[in-house]
Write a protein that binds this ligand. Structure first.
Ligand code: PMP
Length: 452
């Protein structure tokens, strides 16, 4: 049995776990090691893991393992448990729904919660035009369906995605994703009619937003031609790509070009959505109104749910029966989403994301001031990253990044790396993390950086 100490209340709910970093073994401890041995024997080698533990509980700002270690969570299960893990309102909604019915298939016997989630998404997403939604299971599935409706609506085929973009691991979304290792290598051939345009990456290209947009638009006009282009898909701030905040004006210029040319603009807000960046959606911060938005991750407090929301005339382009899936908009996931959206709004989590972001930035920028290995600290809200370089250059330092991340995890702080060059550590804490615990997590990051 793990030794979980008596309850203490976390600021934004979650199970009553002590909000502390507490290591009783080196990681992995013996019980975790046992599970990892079973994993190695039973689970496909293709499914990796970042933190060598057996998770048994999580909430507030901690993940607890089977050996009784309590780790500070600065990753939120890759930006999913934004409202906190096992939030009491989500737990209650899930328990009530599963006791009522677990599944009918919305395409067979519709139920209210699916419609209520669609109504909520139509309301909370940017833009006051008439919107409609459809629900799916994963971010990749949402992206696939956004491309489907954009093609059907425009009767065109080509799709543009961007350098440093990540959109999933299904065949179409692998094709949209920029990075070969580990996402694509050996898994082709990929779907056709996908083209890649250059991003705005101020730290590396030094271009203004207008210049970067002109460069991307030139690729779209010269290599594809607007008449054949169905959709442009872009993450307002690329997540797996390294929290690259585009230069001012880049996204609005791309949106304007799409509008002028009848191209559907899709914002992939799977990682940036639901308060993560300090507004409900990152698009709001760049002053853009996407035609379609893809969502998943934070949408349902940890339950698997995804959505596409957008202009009614585009979302209605499909013939009846063209969209769906057995589990899409599962009633238990929908109940969780309704509870989670209520929490985002009633607890003003966009404001909390700004507070968390202010703590992250203050500490990381202070580190940067004294450390030439930190090339840039960037992000929005509680989505902040550090890009590591060889001092005095912009040459990526993946070895340093990996060493710092490993050292943090060994000391009981969960951090995630990302970026095309593997030289970025990203911080995505649950917004339920107590400030003091976040500060302690950043102390560990600072010590790790000093030590390696
Ligand atoms: N789009 C973006 C921007 C993502 O960050 C991700 C997941 N990291 C996906 C799509 C794919 O989502 P999922 O893993 O739920 O399929």
């Amino acid at each position: 049995m793990s030794t979980i100490a008596p309850p203490s209340i976390t600021p934004l709910g979650g199970p009553s776990l002590p909000q502390e970093r507490h290591l009783v073994t080196a990681l992995p401890g013996p019980r975790s090691q046992e599970l990892l041995d079973r994993k190695a024997a039973a689970v496909s080698a293709g499914v990796g893991h970042t933190v060598p533990i057996e998770a048994v509980a999580a909430g507030g700002g901690v993940v607890v393992d089977a050996d009784g270690n309590s780790l500070i969570d600065l990753g939120a299960g890759i930006a999913v448990t934004t409202i906190g893990n096992a939030h009491p309102k989500v737990v209650e909604a899930v328990q009530a729904q599963i006791a009522q019915f677990a599944h009918t298939c919305f395409m067979v016997s519709p139920y209210e919660s699916y419609v209520a989630v669609a109504e909520a998404l139509n309301r909370v997403t940017p833009g006051d035009h008439v919107k409609k939604s459809a629900l799916f299971n994963s971010g990749a599935e949402a992206v696939e369906n956004a491309i489907k409706v954009a093609r059907k609506h425009t009767r065109r085929q080509a799709v543009v995605a961007f350098e440093h973009g990540y959109h999933g691991r299904t065949n179409l979304t692998m094709g949209l994703t920029a990075k070969a290792m580990p996402y694509k290598s050996g898994f082709g051939p990929f779907a056709g009619e996908i083209y890649r345009a250059p991003l705005s990456y101020p730290f590396r290209d030094g271009l203004s937003g207008a210049e970067a947009a002109a460069r991307a638009i030139s690729v779209m006009e010269k290599q594809i031609g607007a008449d054949d282009l169905a959709a442009v898909i872009i993450e307002p701030i690329p997540g797996e790509g390294g929290f690259i905040v585009p230069a001012d004006g880049f996204l609005p210029a791309i949106v304007d070009w799409c509008r002028a040319n009848g191209v559907v603009f899709i914002a992939d807000e799977v990682q940036t959505g639901f308060a993560r960046t300090g507004t409900m959606f990152a698009s709001e911060q760049f002053g853009i109104v996407p035609d379609l938005i893809t969502m998943a991750k934070g949408i349902a407090g940890g339950m698997p749910l995804a959505a596409v929301t957008g202009r009614a005339e585009i979302m209605d382009a499909s013939h009846i029966g063209g969209l769906g899936g057995t589990y899409g908009g599962n009633p238990v996931a929908c109940a969780a989403a309704l509870a989670a959206i209520e929490v985002f709004e009633s607890e003003d989590l966009p404001a909390r994301a700004q507070e968390v972001g202010a703590i992250l930035r203050a500490r990381l920028e202070a580190l940067q001031a004294d450390d030439p290995r930190i090339g840039e600290v960037r992000g929005r809200g509680a989505m902040v990253a550090v890009e590591f370089v060889k001092p005095g250059t912009t040459e990526p330092d993946a070895a340093l990044t990996s060493a710092v991340a490993k050292a943090c995890i060994a000391e009981g702080v969960i951090v995630l790396t990302c970026g095309a060059y593997g030289n970025i550590i990203r911080f995505l804490p649950p917004l339920s993390i107590p400030d003091a615990l976040l500060e302690e997590g950043l102390d560990v990051v600072a010590a790790a950086l000093a030590a390696v």
